[in-house]
Design a protein around this ligand. Structure first.
Ligand SMILES: [Zn+2]
Length: 116
């Protein structure tokens, strides 16, 4: 995980909020809360992305030495289709992009991102 980047973001948020406060000296508590919240949601999304990317998704399929993931519908082994970007919507509405193994089912023709 890029600790330095996250630390830098923390400092950036602090500086941003202070600057915003200087530019809006008469802002209400609710407005300040809103500004802080917006920035924290953004940090949360980046943090989630960093932590989730840290555990590399398990390689599987031909040549990986690992059993293929199974189709969640018919439990057939999935055919590995390499890594694809998967965008996940976080609680706060920020989206996080992960690089995950993707597979297709030879039986039901669906495509899946197996967990892990
Ligand atoms: Zn299937």
């Amino acid at each position: 995980m890029d600790d330095q980047l996250l630390q830098h973001m923390n400092i950036q948020i602090l500086t941003d909020v202070k600057e915003w406060r200087r530019a809006h000296p008469r802002s209400t508590y609710v407005e300040i809360e809103d500004e802080v919240h917006k920035r924290m949601m953004h940090l949360e999304a980046r943090l989630l992305q960093a932590v989730a990317s840290e555990s590399p998704s398990r390689e599987w399929g031909r040549g990986s030495g690992s059993d293929a993931a199974l189709c969640p519908h018919c439990t057939m082994p999935l055919q590995a289709r390499g890594k694809h970007k998967r965008t996940v919507q976080g609680n706060g509405g920020e989206s996080v992009t992960l690089n995950r193994m993707y597979g297709t089912c030879p039986t039901c023709r669906g495509g899946f991102f197996p967990p892990g």
